[in-house]
Design a protein around this ligand. Structure first.
Ligand SMILES: O=C(O)c1ccccc1N[C@@H]1O[C@H](COP(=O)(O)O)[C@@H](O)[C@H]1O
Length: 214
């Protein structure tokens, strides 16, 4: 087995189906208006409803008003929530749905303590810190900042691409990888060839599930 693959920021049904056929295990839908990848609830419903079995749909939120999350959940068949802002553990669990918590990694942050606070999360998504935006920047971070012994499945993200993802998997041994910018031909436009190369590069990596804490 190799790490699970999530491709984030889908904006149309045909592309989402194509990426699922190319090997994506999960697709991400962005509910964050400042992002170019933001989708309406109606479009999100169409995309999620078109996913084949065993491909998960993840809803991404950034410090959203709870009414937005609840409104999305009423209409869109999401499998998992991704909280990518400064949401508290209480907020994350208040929806009664499985969630992953994103953390923007920078020196000095105690990731073990952070993971302990979100002990009921299904995974910890480690992304690059950027002062400019909460995520989706295409920037990577220093993977050596990741501690050994994280108590949650690690989802590695931040500036991954077909060029660097084999090295990333071999060095970090994450449970899953998450990518957006690195498989786009222009901001917000997913490129099937880049996705194909990304999936092949993940599958080519030396990966030991035991190292991923499984
Ligand atoms: O994709 C976005 O527009 C986005 C907006 C706000 C927060 C997170 C966002 N995307 C997530 O960011 C990371 C890294 O993306 P990239 O590959 O470096 O572009 C990824 O987890 C996306 O899910």
């Amino acid at each position: 087995m190799t790490p699970r693959i999530k491709i984030c920021g889908l904006r149309d049904v045909a592309t989402a189906q194509r990426l699922a056929a190319l090997g994506a295990d999960a697709i991400g839908l962005v509910f964050y208006e400042p992002s170019l990848r933001n989708v309406s609830i109606n479009l999100a419903h169409e995309i999620a409803a078109a996913m084949p079995p065993f491909v998960s749909t993840v809803g991404l939120f950034v410090d959203a008003d709870p009414s937005l999350v609840e409104g999305v959940l009423r209409t869109v068949p999401l499998d998992l929530l991704q909280f990518h802002g400064d949401e508290s553990p209480e907020y994350c669990r208040s929806f009664g749905r499985p969630y992953i918590k994103a953390v923007r990694v920078k020196p000095g942050l105690d990731l073990l303590e952070f993971a302990d606070r979100y002990a009921d999360a299904r995974g910890l998504l480690c992304d690059a810190y950027s002062a400019a935006a909460p995520g989706g920047t295409g920037e990577r971070f220093d993977w050596s900042l990741l501690p050994v012994g994280l108590p949650l499945p690690l989802i590695l993200s931040g500036g991954l691409s077909p060029v660097n993802v084999t090295e990333a998997v071999e060095r970090v041994q994450p449970w899953a990888v998450d990518v957006s910018s690195g498989v786009e031909s222009s901001k917000g436009v997913k490129d099937a060839l880049l996705v194909k190369q990304f999936v092949a590069a993940v599958r080519a990596a030396r990966f030991d599930p035991a190292s991923a804490g499984l």
